[in-house]
Design a protein around this ligand. Structure first.
Ligand code: SF4
Ligand code: SF4
Length: 231
């Protein structure tokens, strides 16, 4: 996994920031501002789910990494390592029980936008069975990707098509190793998760972290910052 606007945004959400969007009339960009009430720290960046034409995403990512790094008092490289290391890390006191409730209940589990970097990763891995349920939408100023769309009807699925019954009981993700960034980052905090009926924090004290979670954390590759353009 590479550092991207989405990864940085999810790192901020996990660190107690709240995100709001607004359209910047001068540039025509949809901008996000992540703000933390406790210390009034904030970062502004282009919306991670829109690929704006003519905007260099790698440069935007580097700029955002620099802004976030300044808040933490780190170099951008150290911040990248931290953000990528913590991206997959469950919040303190949390252990997923694989009940599948989030996948069934959350509005954006079955329908929503997918980060362009995520689409690139699936393309690079040749995951056509996933990509065939993703629709690219072209607008004059930007591109975005919608999932999960039934290719036969052109409509969103009512439920996430990857949620499957597990052999040992319960429900789980049938594309677990490749699931979207938003699914990988969930949950961001205990209050939100408990409000949504997630039992992962209730079970945490006595619940053994499943082997698949341990494997996923162990298997993470070495993080990398986007390459800078040659001078
Ligand atoms: S892709 Fe997997 S983790 Fe995400 S909502 Fe669907 S079943 Fe759940
Ligand atoms: S609702 Fe919570 S415990 Fe259940 S699958 Fe989702 S993250 Fe895991």
């Amino acid at each position: 996994m590479r550092l991207s606007l989405s990864v940085l945004e999810k790192f901020l959400l996990k660190s107690g920031f709240e995100v709001t969007n607004h359209c910047d009339a001068a540039s025509g960009l949809v901008l996000c501002t992540a703000r933390r009430e406790a210390d009034q720290a904030f970062v502004t960046y282009p919306h991670p789910l829109y690929e704006f034409r003519g905007l260099d995403r790698d440069q935007c990512t580097l700029r955002m990494a620099g802004d976030v790094a300044a808040i933490w008092g780190l170099t951008p490289e150290a911040l990248a390592l931290k953000a990528l290391a913590e991206f997959d890390m469950p919040p303190q006191g949390f252990a997923c029980t694989r009940c599948g409730r989030c996948c069934q209940r959350l509005g954006d589990a079955a329908r929503g936008r997918i980060a362009p970097e995520q689409v690139r990763e699936w393309e690079a891995a040749g995951l056509t069975r996933i990509l065939r349920l993703v629709r690219r939408v072209d607008r004059p100023a930007y591109v975005f990707y919608e999932a999960w769309v039934n290719p036969r009807t052109g409509r969103y699925f009512k439920r996430c098509p990857w949620l499957a019954r597990l052999p040992g009981g319960g429900r789980g993700c049938s594309i677990h190793e490749h699931k979207p960034l938003k699914c990988r980052a969930y949950p961001y905090d205990s209050e939100g998760a408990q409000r949504q009926g997630c039992p992962g924090f209730d079970h945490a004290p006595e619940f053994e972290v499943p082997e698949f979670e341990k494997k996923r954390v162990r298997a993470k590759g070495r993080p990398a910052l986007p390459e800078q353009d040659a001078p």
